[in-house]
Design a protein around this ligand. Structure first.
Ligand code: IPE
Ligand code: IPE
Ligand code: MG
Length: 253
């Protein structure tokens, strides 16, 4: 969507007392964005980095607590090697380039995913950025890289089973909270709002446990075109909904 079209749309009023604490985004549509203008898919990924910066800044400005971005799934390892290499390189160099600004904006960076599949050098460079931003007390920016929910849940089950096997955990004492505490996301609340760009009505192995009661918002806009206005529109939509968590509407009132 071009910038001009957005400029004509009036500003969106948000209830600042009812912002989502945690927004998770499936950043999809880079390839189609590029193809639509006769460019290589890689050009869409490069443009997508600009959107990451824009949306991170908007979340910081609004005072959102946690922003989780799905940057690379475990399934994405099966893409053509050339695209995998380009994506890894782009992710690592972009994060390193942005780290000084993240520190300045008090953003704390975290990474979740199956690090055993990451190239060692990329992992070390990412971990350095996580370290360098660890004092941030503003937005927590969580990048899901080499992430899938089934990997994460399997990993949690393995650790819980090991504790049960060595006798330090009674199987009868396992609760949903035990599972949550063993997931890669244990340090943050579950997402309140899940956004997917690119129009597909699926969750592609992202945060399956954590989105149990998230509000879903899917837009046809491709990730490189998604901007602060679109984010505020998603939040405004979220604020119109009644979250019932299984109760009746009357109980919520
Ligand atoms: C999302 O864009 C970025 C990643 C999955 C890494 P895609 O590359 O999936 O773009 P489309 O869905 O093919 O348009
Ligand atoms: C989801 O996008 C993964 C990321 C955004 C990193 P995909 O493009 O990989 O998802 P599918 O293949 O359309 O389900
Ligand atoms: Mg895609």
């Amino acid at each position: 969507m071009d910038q001009f079209a957005h400029d004509k749309i009036p500003n969106i009023q948000l209830d600042m007392a009812r912002l989502p604490r945690h927004i998770a985004i499936i950043m999809d549509g880079n390839g189609r964005w590029a193809q639509a203008q006769g460019l290589q898919r890689a050009a869409g990924h490069v443009e997508g980095v600009t959107t990451v910066r824009r949306i991170t800044e908007e979340c910081s400005r609004l005072g959102i607590g946690y922003l989780t971005l799905y940057a690379f799934s475990t399934e994405n390892w099966n893409r053509p090697q050339e695209e995998v290499d380009a994506l890894m390189h782009l992710i690592v160099t972009a994060i390193e380039r942005e780290t000084p600004d993240l520190i300045k904006n008090r953003v704390r960076l975290r990474v979740i995913g199956d690090s055993s599949r990451m190239p060692r050098e990329a992992l070390e460079r990412l971990e350095r950025c996580v370290q360098d931003t660890s004092a941030g007390d503003g937005l927590t920016l969580v990048l899901a890289i080499s992430y899938s929910s089934r990997w994460e849940i399997t990993d949690a089950v393995r650790r819980i089973a090991a504790e049960a096997a060595d006798g330090s955990l009674d199987p009868a004492a396992i609760t949903p909270d035990t599972v949550s505490r063993n997931l890669a996301t244990a340090f943050m609340p579950d997402p309140d709002l899940l956004i997917r760009t690119g129009g597909d009505m699926r969750v592609s192995n992202f945060l399956l446990w954590q989105i149990a009661y998230a509000e879903l918002y899917i837009t046809d806009i491709y990730w490189p075109d998604f901007n602060g206005y679109d984010l505020r529109r998603a939040i405004a939509d979220y604020q119109k909904r009644q979250r019932r968590f299984g109760l009746t509407g009357e109980q919520i009132q």
